[in-house]
Design a protein around this ligand. Structure first.
Ligand code: BTN
Length: 251
């Protein structure tokens, strides 16, 4: 199994977005799989759903990794979201109290009811398969002030001490790599689904959720289907409804 993490590291002081920088590298030259672009600061960091990702300079992990997952079918690209979110959670289990960690579907890493970080995958396709993926990861590490973001937390807020960013990068990168090569060699998608669901935030709990139009309803998160939709049991008739990325909200 190759060991990528840290061997092809591009460390920048300031960049617009590590995802954009990595994307340009992939377009312009033949960058090896596993290349990591790390930045102390992003001036136009990108979050999910067109949001921006803001982080204090030098205090957090903001990086992107280049992968070429050509064994993954386009319709199954959520497999990669599972690999990456699980890799982060497994890495963090060595550092933070295990019980509080979970994955908030689809892409967030949570500690208890607060967001520690998130991922932004930008995939390119060739025919029915993926050809490249820019795996962007933002984790709140040593920042303690999240004035504008009441749902955010950080490693430092959870543990009360400062963490070495590069050590964390090694640990998380290593775990993601591990999960990626396990999937590539076994194509065991069931194991990945089971693990992802074991770590799913609010799974099997009756909650008030909101649909895409902000209308509340009672439901229980049951799991995720192979296309990455969230499966929710509805109170009342007990049917299972599937939701896409923008069709449901909860915290
Ligand atoms: C989210 O939770 O909304 C996803 C956040 C992803 C942020 C990371 S930071 C490194 C990489 N470069 C970006 O511009 N975005 C991702």
């Amino acid at each position: 199994m190759p060991s990528y993490t840290g061997t092809k590291l591009i460390h920048l002081d300031t960049v617009t977005s590590t995802n954009d920088y990595a994307k340009a590298l992939v377009q312009n030259q033949n960058v090896p799989e596993g290349t990591v672009v790390l930045a102390d600061q992003q001036t136009q960091g990108k979050g999910q759903r067109g949001a921006s990702w803001v982080a204090e300079k030098g205090k957090n992990l903001t990086f992107s990794m280049v992968y070429y997952p050509s064994f993954i079918q386009a319709q199954h690209q959520f497999l990669l979201n599972k690999v990456v979110t699980l890799g982060i959670v497994y890495g963090l289990k060595n550092i933070l109290p295990n019980h509080g960690l979970s994955i908030k579907w689809p892409n967030d890493v949570y500690y208890e009811h607060y967001k520690l970080g998130g991922i932004l995958l930008e995939n390119t396709l060739e025919g029915n398969y993926l050809s490249s993926s820019i795996i962007g990861i933002g984790l709140n590490v040593n920042q303690t002030d999240f004035n504008q973001l009441p749902k955010a937390t950080s490693f430092k807020l959870v543990t009360n001490h400062t963490h070495q960013l590069k050590d964390l990068l090694q640990i998380i990168g290593g775990e993601i790599e591990d999960k990626y090569f396990k999937l590539k060699s076994s194509l065991d998608t069931q194991a990945l689904k089971d693990e992802y669901e074991q770590h799913l935030f609010l799974k099997d709990q009756w909650r008030t959720l909101k649909d895409g139009k902000h209308n509340p309803f009672k439901g229980k998160i049951k799991g995720v289907d192979e296309l990455g939709h969230l499966m929710v049991e509805l109170a009342g008739d007990g049917t299972i409804q599937r939701f896409g990325f923008k069709e449901i909200q909860f915290d």
